[in-house]
Design a binder for this molecule. Sequence first.
Ligand code: TXA
Ligand code: MG
Length: 313
Amino acid sequence: MKKTIYKASSSNIKKAVDILNRSGIVGFPTETVYGLGGSAESESSIKKIYEIKNRPLHNPLIIHVAKLEQAKKIGIFNNIAKKLAEAFWPGPLTLLVEKKKNNRIVSAATSNLESMAIRIPSNPIALEILNIFGKPIAAPSANLSGTVSSTNAMHVLNDFGDKIDLIIDNGDCEYGIESTIIDVRSNKVKILREGSITKENIFDCLNQNIEDYNDSKIISPGQLDKHYAPKAIIRMNIEEPEKDEFYISFGYDLSSAQTINLSKDSDLNEAAKKLYSTLRKIDDMGIKKVAVAPIPNIGIGRAINDRLARASK
Ligand code: TXA
Ligand code: MG
């Protein structure tokens, strides 16, 4: 197989930008998960992203930018959006805003919707690519549609092989779970996808109540049940696994079962960081049945439980 993974040096970052300028696709690190990036202003890049990922065309992409001024050129930022952007960007938060008329973003990138999901990632390599490229980058998570996101460069290579020319390797992602998505188009702020920026963080910033997607109509395909799914059958909140089950533990280890511990110290951030590589490892091991220990439903634990619930459907 040809060489695809390159370390995050300035010459390789320049190579990545050259590829983006030629409407090619690159795998790149963000602080959440690896992204599969293409120019958001190029029809052929967007087409390639959907093809390579095998992603349904009705599932819109997140548009990544380097600066708030750039985001304001393509999306309408009301006071709530501005406040959240100023508080949490760069960082693992995606804002769903109204699309600005006459922007240069390819309409298919947002599935021809009137809205647009935008974020500024905090990973320095992602920011450097965005800054040098100078234009918005459309980037879904770098995994085949419906499967578990990639949290290191090998995951990206395993999913796409040499279908993409270059993957920038920046080791394991800092958070390991996709960004929090918030719909800020009206005063009724809604969380569409849980992530490491929690409901409490948003509440503290805005001083107003946040609605859960659970009680609202599905507007983001990422809310669909069959997302983030490994091949194995998963049961959640299990304290004692069955004999034929592999165990994903948290904190306390059961010595009798075959186990991967997400965090021996019961640290939710560590567990989030290890979650997807653990699910991928289990599939690679050919394991069919998995039981997962109870994960406290607080802070980033809510995002972990959200992804596990989808994985167990
Ligand atoms: O952390 C992340 O957000 C990563 C990194 C690479 O930035 N990206 C990511 O993208 O998770 P993706 O494509 O795997 O998930 C984006 C989610 C999807 O569920 C999509 O439906 C939703 O965002 N989304 C994007 N644009 C939307 C829109 N205009 N309206 C509703 N949902 C939208
Ligand atoms: Mg994804």
